[in-house]
Design a protein around this ligand. Structure first.
Ligand code: AMP
Length: 488
């Protein structure tokens, strides 16, 4: 197939751009609408989710790939589809100083197909399995769980047409949520291939034409431009109409039918909780055959979502209650025509992406105060400049083996011990002026309230012994004396 001719970038004269909104002098710069800061308070959730995702990728043999945030606009026009909402309405685009038409990526699959072609990966043993984790951008109407910059984590298996690839991907999506203890359902459909889908689309249009008067304005437009999208309209009037619509399952050709039923068989073998859903069609043109979405078993209420987001639990336009379908946690499917549409050789492929903000909202609603990763094992407290310098050296000596915290910028012992308590440190090492003179340190057991004086040169090994990192030997306090807790 000859790739469609690249679109010429439209150069917009500065005079034609909308005027920027006036900024009040001295005002504090605000976040752009639909954008979000990820603050340290949420770091644990992000780390946990990423770790689970990477463990899964490693187990199933997926390799990391990172593609740029900016790509030629044409990549998504040809890959995702010129008439999709993403490309027509939601993509952030601009013409750069060199006159190139650029897009902030609205998703990553097209970029990975571009990289696969551009780096000649077709010549490597197939399939190639990739995973990624990063931000994507869509100028959508912001809502709870819907942002203009959001993060996706995804898997792509490029170069194999076997239905077991689809089933493996679906099982990985399911395993990801199982590992996070989030109950989900898999919504599964097949949208056939370009041949059988063509005949189905005409039947669908014939059906919808008889109901045209009752359709929402967007669906009346979809009728001519993208009839499959009629099936995922969430307007109440259109929801009722789609119940009577012809279903793709009944119009699959033999090859698509066999492929789909193989996928279903594999999922049955795994006992996965999938539901056949004829209304899953996905909003990107590159999909064919298997398509699926991951829905939360129950969508979080507006109030749960708002409080997980740290905003006031009041229902607003940006904080509307969502249905499981509207808060879809991820989606994917097969895209056998994408590599070819971008100018590569015909290459079957399949993949899926998970929306991480939505996963984290659910995790936060479920568990608002997670225990932070590894607890602090040792806190280093110091008094005076000479002690500070010794503590700095000790900090680096312990760093690779123990979780150590300090507040070397603090002067008084009291505030440092308060921090040690707050962090729940198991031991605190105290180096005061006397300890500097004696070349020792006090090692305080924070649970038992006991402390020992240890020669400074032996503190590191003493602590490692206490945590079982080096073998125990008689008295760790050579040259030191055992005391009751007396320092504060
Ligand atoms: P898609 O690329 O549209 O198939 O989206 C895959 C997943 O990304 C969805 O299921 C959502 O979880 C997430 N997602 C898509 N758009 C947004 C958005 N605007 N804000 C937050 N998450 C999104």
């Amino acid at each position: 197939m000859k790739p469609p001719a690249a679109e010429k970038p439209k150069l917009v004269k500065t005079a034609e751009l909308p005027l920027p909104k006036p900024v009040r002098p001295g005002s504090i710069p605000q976040l752009l609408r639909g954008m979000k800061d990820i603050l340290p308070v949420d770091a644990f959730y992000w780390k946990n989710v990423r770790e689970k995702f990477e463990e899964l990728a490693e187990f199933f043999g997926y390799m990391p790939i990172e593609t740029p945030i900016m790509e030629p606009r044409d990549l998504f026009v040809r890959g995702v589809g010129k008439q999709t909402d993403i490309v027509e309405k939601e993509m952030y685009t601009f013409v750069d100083q060199g006159g190139e038409s650029i897009a902030l990526r609205p998703e990553m699959t097209a970029s990975i197909a571009r990289a696969y072609i551009g780096h000649g990966m077709v010549n490597m043993p197939q399939p190639l399995k990739f995973f990624y984790f990063g931000p994507a951008f869509r100028h959508d109407r912001p809502q709870a769980g819907r942002y203009r910059q959001f993060h996706q984590a995804g898997f792509e298996a490029v170069g194999d047409a076997h239905p077991i690839v689809d089933a493996e991907l679906i099982s990985m999506a399911w395993a990801f949520f199982k590992d996070l203890n989030l109950p989900v359902t898999i919504q599964l459909n097949s949208i056939g291939c370009t041949v059988c889908r063509g005949a189905y689309k005409s039947k669908l249009v014939d059906y919808y034409k008889t109901k045209k008067g009752a359709l929402c304005a967007a669906c009346r437009e979809r009728l001519t431009r993208s009839p499959l999208r009629l099936l995922d309209c969430k307007e109440p009037g259109c929801e009722a109409i789609k119940e009577g619509a012809p279903q793709m399952f009944d119009h699959l050709d033999e090859a698509c039918h066999n492929h789909f039923f193989k996928v279903v068989e594999y999922l049955d073998d795994l006992n996965l909780p999938y539901a056949l859903n004829p209304h899953i069609v996905r909003g990107l043109d590159y999909y064919n055959r298997t398509v699926f979405e991951i829905w939360p078993e129950a969508a979080p209420s507006a109030v749960q979502q708002a409080s997980a987001e740290g905003s006031a639990p009041v229902e607003t336009e940006e904080n509307k209650p969502s249905t499981p379908a509207q808060s879809s946690l991820g989606g994917g499917g097969r895209y056998d025509g994408l590599v070819e549409a971008l100018g590569g050789r015909p290459t079957p492929a399949a993949g899926f992406a998970i929306g991480l903000e939505r996963v984290i909202l659910l995790l936060k609603a479920k568990n608002p105060a997670p225990a932070d990763g590894k607890a602090t094992q040792v806190f280093l407290a110091q008094l005076g400049e000479a002690a500070r310098r010794k503590a700095l050296v000790l900090l680096h000596a312990l760093r690779s083996e123990l979780k150590v915290a300090s507040a070397l910028y603090k002067d008084g012992l009291k505030p440092q011990l308060e921090i040690a308590n707050r962090l729940g440190a198991r031991y605190t090492v105290i180096i005061g002026q006397k300890e500097v003179l004696d070349d020792t340190a006090i090692v305080r057991d924070m649970e038992a309230g006991m402390q020992e004086v240890v020669p400074f040169g032996k503190v590191a090994v003493d602590l490692k012994r206490r945590f079982g990192i080096v073998e125990t030997s008689p008295s760790p306090s050579v040259g030191g004396e055992r005391k009751e807790s007396d320092t504060t």
